[in-house]
Design a protein around this ligand. Structure first.
Ligand code: 13P
Ligand code: SF4
Length: 345
């Protein structure tokens, strides 16, 4: 039962004391966030990982987040992920080797300086690649600042993997006329020389959870509820963002609902677990998922089953480490440069 599992988790945490900190992403299940020391968006979690002084950081999130925590913590700290199956499909859409090949093709066609910016939702080897080329990492809360950083130092930005966050960011900066797309899976590759004429080059990745939101969902929710406001994540399609009232990272979505007046109605356009948490955390606000019940569920985040959390903590309390996330040393140093550049902007 849940009570029995909670007792197991609490007993293990009593044994571990200050040796462990649990970080949880806003999309984690209730049974995970209830045990987390800190729950936040990707940017906040990277700051918390950098500030953590526990020997063990147990990450309620997906592989790329745990990797970033490993990069940003001290060498004597160990990062563990309760399930090794928790891999974000978007992060897998831009493999470093594939990006390297595209980079060669694109940069051969221009004398301009192209600066690569990768979304946090990518693996450490790609973050390292970006650092090597003068670029950096961003999250959904600072993508516009990362674009500005890149365009201050170079002429063009290659943003990857999320085309929707890239497009929404370009619009925010008034660069919508400057967008070109690079689809590495296209049967016939685009003409690199015309792509690099543009200042913003977007890799063709996407989040399969957020991409399912449609403008029609926004229209339906407005028909169903009087005076509803809509907040969506910038991984949503451009037309969904345009139809919404507020756009922002999962931390912004949380703040928006936390600052709402009692009786207000907010429709939440992001992963369903966060919409459900907000309903529980703010019962005075009428929180509705943007797309009916439970259809926007991130399978990668869901892999962190609370039973795995109990197991990994009990094992740690017994002196056994499992599912340690360790970035290779040669990538770690450069990935850290890319993450530090983000933390400094
Ligand atoms: P943020 O929490 O940074 O908004 O990220 C959303 C996300 O999709 C993480 O996978
Ligand atoms: Fe990846 Fe989307 Fe899940 Fe975030 S919500 S972890 S981007 S699949």
């Amino acid at each position: 039962t849940e009570d029995a599992r909670t007792n197991r988790i609490e007993a293990a945490l009593r044994t571990l004391g200050d040796d462990v900190v649990i970080l949880g992403h806003n999309y984690q299940r209730r049974e995970i966030v209830e045990h987390a020391d800190f729950v936040g968006d990707s940017y906040q979690l990277s700051k918390e990982a950098a500030a953590a002084d526990a020997e063990y950081v147990v990450f309620g999130g997906v592989t790329f987040m745990a990797e970033s925590a490993d990069v940003i913590t001290d060498p004597d700290q160990t990062v563990l992920l309760p399930s090794m199956e928790a891999s974000c499909p978007m992060a897998g859409m831009a493999e470093a080797l594939q990006v390297d090949a595209a980079w060669e093709e694109l940069t051969a066609e221009t004398d301009a300086d192209v600066i690569p910016v990768t979304y946090m939702n990518s693996y450490a080897d790609l973050k390292a690649f970006c650092a090597e080329q003068g670029g950096l990492v961003c999250t959904s809360s600072n993508a516009h600042e990362a674009f500005e950083y890149a365009l201050d130092r170079g002429d063009k930005v290659l943003f990857l993997p999320d085309k929707h966050l890239g497009e929404n960011t370009a619009h925010r900066l008034g660069l919508e006329e400057e967008i070109a797309r690079w689809d590495p899976w296209a049967a016939e590759s685009a003409d690199a020389s015309s792509v690099v004429e543009n200042d913003v080059i977007l890799w063709d990745g996407y989040c399969q959870v957020h991409e399912r939101f449609r403008e029609s969902h926004v229209e339906s929710v407005r028909e169903e509820h009087d005076d509803v406001d809509v907040v969506v994540h910038p991984e949503c399609r451009r037309e969904v963002v345009e139809a919404a009232d507020v756009v922002g990272s999962t931390a912004t979505i949380r703040e928006t609902v936390a600052n709402a007046d009692a009786g207000d109605t907010w429709a939440i356009g992001t992963e369903i677990h966060l919409a459900n948490h907000l309903g529980r955390w703010h019962p005075e606000v009428n929180v509705v998922p943007l797309c009916g019940d439970a259809c926007m569920d991130c399978n990668a985040m869901r892999q962190i089953d609370p039973n795995y959390l109990a197991w990994i903590l009990e094992e740690l309390a017994a002196g056994r480490e499992h599912n340690v996330i360790e970035v290779a040393p040669e990538e770690k140093e450069l990935a850290r440069v890319a993450l530090d550049r983000m933390l400094e902007i």
